[in-house]
Write a protein that binds this ligand. Structure first.
Ligand code: ADP
Ligand code: MG
Length: 339
């Protein structure tokens, strides 16, 4: 009998991988913003149209790419961020899988412009459904612009599966806020259908929280600060009287990366034990720094879940430091009366 197994062509493999990386326009926003951050940009513009369904564009003033890299960046497993498997345990970048751009280019129309500081001319590439349409050199500013149009143009089922503009826009805001909160040292602007939605100047992390949410946030925040061998905790939690009914403003960042953790959330709630009304949710913006070799980020393609070496120590430190902060601001005793 003849053999029947074949290697899939690249564009098919890319389209399959894209299913994991790109769920919706907000996934494109996340990947492009993170690439801009990794390129050491100090100024990042996000421009979207129709909740990202017709356009997601990110323009940065980062280090750009030379003509060879400009083409290579669209290959699967092409990355400048790691070289060896061990590098996964000393990561200082958001990216490392080298699959975002290949995935996005497989399922959308992409126009990229990029120029390095020292180069005279930059490179402009158009790629649609993994096919290179054009490549030219051009006079460009330093940095990189990715414009992603007509997402899922070649996967009608996925395109139809997208939710209303309101819902997709909300997902984009979530991703934007996560990156903006993690990087107060970067100027971010965000335009939707031609209107400026956010303009966040470089600032302290407290001011960034206030600029992202509202001026009223400032009085609600209590600073948290704890320095131990296994973790540094910084950031802010809200005074209990400002707790909300829903879990809107709750953010963990680990080494500048937004993550979700039910376990760490529980640690925060434990710190508020006895001082919150039933079901009330505090706001928190907590920045944890841990040695890169004490975490594993590579457990999910979107990298929003991570594995810690010593989760229970982290829990205890987090809980204690928040409790201490809340105590210092004299918010705890009030509720003893209610018991
Ligand atoms: P990863 O971020 O995991 O490396 P990507 O597919 O997102 O994979 O990007 C591939 C490569 O393209 C990156 O490693 C980087 O070298 C380059 N690149 C992507 N975006 C930018 C950018 N905005 N500025 C400079 N280089 C970029
Ligand atoms: Mg990337």
């Amino acid at each position: 009998m003849s053999s029947i197994i074949q290697l899939l062509p690249d564009h098919v493999a890319n389209q399959i991988a894209a299913g994991e990386v790109v769920q919706r326009p907000a996934s494109v926003v996340k990947e492009l913003l993170e690439n801009a951050v990794d390129a050491n940009a100090t100024d990042i513009k996000l421009i979207i149209k129709d909740a990202g369904k017709s356009l997601v564009q990110v323009i940065d003033n980062g280090k750009g790419m030379n003509v060879t890299d400009a083409r290579l960046c669209f290959e699967r497993h092409a990355t400048s961020k790691i070289r060896h498997a061990e590098d996964l345990f000393s990561l200082h970048t958001k990216g490392f899988r080298g699959e975002a751009l290949a995935s996005i280019a497989a399922i959308a129309h992409v126009e990229m412009k990029t120029k390095q500081d020292q180069e005279e001319l930059g490179t402009q590439i158009v790629i649609e459904g993994s096919k290179f349409v054009s490549q030219e050199s051009a006079v460009l500013p330093k940095g990189t612009s990715f414009a992603v149009k007509n997402l899922f143009f070649n996967i009608p089922a996925r395109r139809n599966f997208l939710k209303s503009d309101t819902v997709e826009y909300r997902h984009i805001i979530d991703e934007f806020q996560r990156v903006a909160l993690a990087h107060p040292n970067i100027h971010f602007t965000f335009y939707h259908n031609g209107s400026e939605m956010y303009n966040l100047p470089i600032s302290t992390s407290r001011q960034r929280v206030v600029n992202v949410f509202s001026g009223k946030t400032n009085e609600k925040l209590v600073p948290v600060q704890e320095d131990t061998e296994i973790v540094t905790v910084e950031g802010f939690v809200s005074k209990p009287e400002f707790a909300k009914k829903n879990r809107g403003e709750q953010f963990f960042f680990v080494n500048d990366r937004f993550i979700k953790s039910g376990y760490l959330h529980h640690a925060v709630m434990a710190a508020y034990d006895g001082i919150l009304k039933d079901g009330a949710q505090p706001s928190y913006f907590l920045y944890l720094s841990v040695p890169p070799n004490s975490i594993d980020i590579n457990i999910h393609p979107t990298k929003t879940e991570i594995k810690f070496d010593d989760e229970s120590a982290l829990y205890a430190i987090l809980r204690a430091s928040i409790k201490h902060s809340l105590g210092q601001f004299n918010v705890a005793p009030v509720l003893d009366f209610e018991r």
